[in-house]
Every structure is written in structure tokens, then in C-alpha cells.
Design a binder for this molecule. Structure first.
Ligand SMILES: *[C@@H]1O[C@H](CO)[C@@H](O)[C@H](O)[C@H]1NC(C)=O
Length: 342
């Protein structure tokens, strides 16, 4: 078979070429996977691959003046403000209340990456490569002092990239009943809606971590939902996002949001099932969000849910709640039962 042997001769002659070519090809593929599939995800844009795809699809649909296709719609979005180094906190949330969320929920940990060390960067990107649940904001240098900017930047990202109905904002020490919230949200207003545990008589802090040096509006803060967890309809996220350049950023993100939404004609819904004060009021099975939970407590709450179908092994109350009186002036809004008699 002369043809084959001539082919074989050629093959021998070009063996070195093939070898070098093959080596080059393998190296290229290796380089692609090592350097592109990892950082190209989000180093350049702050988006994960899924988000990028969604954003691109959304842009496509908007350009064609069609409704966004269904799989790009997340009725509920959950944002958790998170510190760059708190991997353990995020893992605990991933293994407890954020485990097995329905695919109608978009969950993101929000992290500012503006001033991270090389080591932190590499940790964060490795983490996101595994979980794809970080929203990395390059314009934010993460610290207590930049929480409000972080909230604002996350709103701007959300408004630009996601078609959603409600945003649930939580802290990384909050336990969130996403299932119950999502169920109740079906019957809640889809517009002009601000839901949480409100305070209208909070004194302006002049010292400490949450001091507000620039507060000049009045002697108390304006009514705001406490930051451990609250819910906003998407139009309010849009309102804040589109007016962001005019907004004054106060130190506390929750105080800031209450102030930004202060003059708006919206439904403020006070709900005692948001246990979101600076310390927990106890354990109630009806709670929707429980703030100030340790990692151990989060695991306990999750295990209780798995084992008994309820949050608390025993309901306890350390601190009375209050019903917000919207008919009184703000300084009289929020009296706990024992205060009413005095
Ligand atoms: C954020 O941090 C970077 C690097 O540390 C610094 O150059 C930049 O000025 C900071 N930005 C703000 C807004 O503070």
C-alpha cells in the first residue's frame, strides 16, 4: 500500500512539527483554563459568568423591545452585605438558610474589592469560582465606613442587570426565612413597598462606630427599617439607583435608606416578625428574619427547621416588641408594652 507508506514517511518527517504544534496547542488550552476561565469571570467586570450572560441577554431583549425571557426573571433577590474575609460566615449561610433555594431566588453576597490585598483577591476569586454567589464591587473599599456606598452600588448593579420584583437585604449575621418571605411576597404590593421593623424615634448617634457627623435634618432619624433585614420593591431600588448622584451617604446604610425614601409616597409596612434590632428579641417560630445570630445559632435554627419544621426548640422572649403607630408623631411611634403605662 504505497499511499499509506508515503503518508507514514511524511508523518515521520513531520513528527517534530506535530510534537511542537501539539505542545503549543495544549499549553494554549491550559493557559485559557488557568487564566481566563477564572478571572475573566469577574475580575474585569465584577460579574459572575451567569450574571454576565443574564445581563447580555437582558440587553438583547431590551434592544428588541420584547419582554425579558422567563428564565432571566428572579422574583426575589437576596443581598447579604458581607466582609471580604468572612468566608466562615458565608459558608455558614450557604450551609444553612441559603441552602437549596429555589431557582426563582438570586442570592448574592456583596463585597467591595476596591482595596483588597493580592492574597484577598485570590481568595475571593477562588471562592467565587466555586460558588458563583459573590457580587464584587470594584468601586467600593470594603469597611464599616463604606457600607452605605456598598448598598448604593449594589442597588445600581441590581437595577441595571436583573429583572426582579422584590429585594431582600440582610446582614451576614441574619437568619432569613427565604421560603416564608417569598410565599408572603406573592400577596404583597409589587410597587412602592418598604417592609421591615421600623423605628421613627431613634436618637442621632454622635459617638461610636455609627456616629453621624453630618446629620442636620432633625433631632431624630427619619423612620427607617432596621438594617438586619428588610424588603424593597424593585421600583424603590430603581428610584434610589437613578437618583444616586444626589443622595447624601450617611454612615448607617439603614438610616440612609430611610432618609432617601423619606419624602416618598410609599407603603411602609412594620412587621414584628422581623427580629432585626441591635439585639435579638428572642426566638419565635413566626420570625421571618432573625438578626444578631452567631454561626452556631444559625446552624441550630437550621437544624430545628430540618428536624421539627420550626425555628425554635422553645419559644423565648428576651425583649418586648412594638407595633408602630403611624398615626402618632414619630417620637411617639414606637412604644413597647411596658412603656405604654408610663
Ligand atoms: C480605595 O482604595 C484604593 C487603594 O487602597 C485607593 O487608591 C482609593 O483612593 C480608595 N478609594 C476611596 C474612594 O477611598
Amino acid at each position: 500500500m504505497p499511499a499509506l507508506s508515503s503518508f507514514e514517511r511524511k508523518l515521520n518527517k513531520h513528527a517534530t512539527t506535530f510534537l511542537i504544534g501539539g505542545l503549543f496547542l495544549s499549553l494554549s488550552v491550559l493557559f485559557y483554563f488557568a487564566f481566563c476561565s477564572l478571572p475573566c469571570d469577574d475580575v474585569t467586570s465584577g460579574l459572575s459568568r451567569a450574571d454576565l450572560r443574564d445581563a447580555q441577554n437582558k440587553a438583547f431583549w431590551n434592544r428588541n423591545i420584547l419582554a425579558p425571557s422567563r428564565d432571566l426573571v428572579y422574583p426575589e433577590v437576596v443581598f447579604i452585605m458581607s466582609a471580604p474575609d468572612n468566608l466562615m460566615g458565608r459558608d455558614t449561610i450557604r450551609e444553612t438558610w441559603a441552602k437549596d433555594l429555589p431557582n426563582t431566588v438570586l442570592l448574592r453576597f456583596i463585597i467591595g474589592t476596591g482595596s483588597l490585598s493580592t492574597q484577598q483577591h485570590s481568595n475571593i476569586h477562588r471562592e467565587n469560582f466555586i460558588h458563583s454567589d459573590l457580587l464584587l464591587l470594584k468601586s467600593v473599599n470594603d469597611s464599616y465606613g463604606t457600607l452605605t456606598l456598598k448598598l448604593l452600588e449594589s442597588f445600581k448593579w441590581l437595577d441595571r442587570h436583573v429583572e426582579f420584583t422584590h429585594l431582600i437585604k440582610a446582614d451576614e449575621d441574619s437568619f432569613v426565612r427565604v421560603d416564608r418571605l417569598a410565599y408572603e411576597l406573592q400577596k404583597k404590593p409589587k410597587e412602592r413597598f418598604y417592609w421591615g421593623f421600623f423605628d421613627g424615634r431613634a436618637h442621632v448617634k454622635k459617638t461610636g462606630k455609627w456616629a453621624e457627623a453630618d446629620w442636620i435634618l432633625c433631632d431624630r432619624y427619619l423612620p427607617y427599617a432596621l438594617g438586619g433585614g428588610y424588603v424593597l420593591s424593585s421600583d424603590l431600588v430603581h428610584y434610589v439607583s437613578s437618583n444616586s448622584k444626589f443622595l447624601k451617604l450617611f454612615n448607617s446604610e439603614d438610616v440612609s435608606l430611610g432618609t432617601w425614601l423619606g419624602p416618598l409616597d410609599i407603603k411602609r409596612s412594620h412587621d414584628t416578625r422581623f427580629d432585626t434590632e441591635y439585639k435579638s428579641r428572642g426566638c419565635k417560630n413566626s420570625n421571618l428574619i432573625m438578626h444578631k445570630q452567631t454561626l452556631l445559632q444559625m446552624r441550630e435554627l437550621h437544624n430545628n427547621l430540618l428536624k421539627m419544621g420550626q425555628l425554635c426548640s422553645k419559644e423565648v422572649e428576651y425583649r418586648k416588641s412594638y407595633v408602630y403607630n403611624w398615626n402618632a408623631l414619630p417620637s411617639q411611634c414606637c412604644k413597647r408594652p411596658q412603656e405604654v403605662t408610663s
